[in-house]
Design a protein around this ligand. Structure first.
Ligand code: DX5
Ligand code: ZN
Length: 219
């Protein structure tokens, strides 16, 4: 089943608790939590204290996406805050093996992410060490941007390699994902769809989750 991971960056922060609970109650699978440092990306979001708050409110899997220039400095803090998976960028650590192992040694899942202008070849040699690969379909930093079509090719190349080598690595897709483009992203090979604005702006969150859960890859 295709998973839906609402991105908390798009919640109405005046009612954080309600928003997070509503995602849990709508049947969503994960919370995607975007951590930005104002250096690797031009925006600043939130840190471990807010992740810990979300962990107290929610029973869901917490998928922490680190958009940081020195992610390894914070692995332990996010694990202690309740992260179930930590993902960092290949642009920061072109050989990510050591840091993937550090995350796994904390007893949680480890992922790598690549920006839309990176080549699938940059991550493919490391997919065997990953629990997930997060394909960015916008340049990270802000919610609400449009999906960049060339990421479909990156998803497809990762899918091919994962299937041919029988790897357990999930493909998650992040940026400009909505109910409208979900099918083509799944056709390209995604396992997890991250949705910020499309999810939190929807008045029919349960229906959106159901429609994602019912998607099948038609290739
Ligand atoms: C972008 C973040 C995304 C973002 C997605 O820098 O990594 O997770 O929250 O938001 P939408 O779905 O609105 O593009
Ligand atoms: Zn993200």
């Amino acid at each position: 089943m295709i998973k839906l991971a609402p991105s908390a960056l798009a919640v109405d922060f005046t009612k954080l608790g309600e928003e997070i609970k509503s995602a849990d109650n709508s049947g969503a699978d994960w919370h995607h939590l975007d951590i930005m440092d104002g250096h690797f990306v031009p925006n600043i979001s939130f840190g471990p204290a807010l992740v810990k708050t979300i962990d107290k409110i929610s029973d869901l899997y917490l998928d922490v996406h680190l958009m940081l220039s020195n992610p390894e400095k914070y692995f332990e803090d996010f694990k202690n805050a309740g992260a179930d998976a930590i993902t960092f960028h290949i642009e920061v650590h072109p050989d990510p093996r050591k840091h993937l192992q550090t995350i796994k040694n904390l007893g949680i899942h480890a992922g790598i992410s690549l920006n839309p202008d990176a080549k699938a070849e940059q991550v493919i040699p490391y997919l065997e060490y990953c629990d997930l690969v997060l394909v960015m379909s916008v340049f990270p930093g802000f919610g609400g941007q449009s999906f960049i079509g060339s990421s479909l090719e990156t998803i497809a190349q990762c899918r091919k390699y994962i299937d041919e080598h029988n790897l357990h690595c999930l493909i998650s897709v992040d940026g400009g994902v909505s109910g409208e483009n979900a099918q083509k992203i799944v056709n390209a090979g995604a396992d997890v769809l991250v949705m910020g604005s499309a999810y939190y702006k929807s008045n029919e969150r349960e229906k959106l989750v159901e429609s994602v859960h019912s998607l099948k890859r038609n290739s």
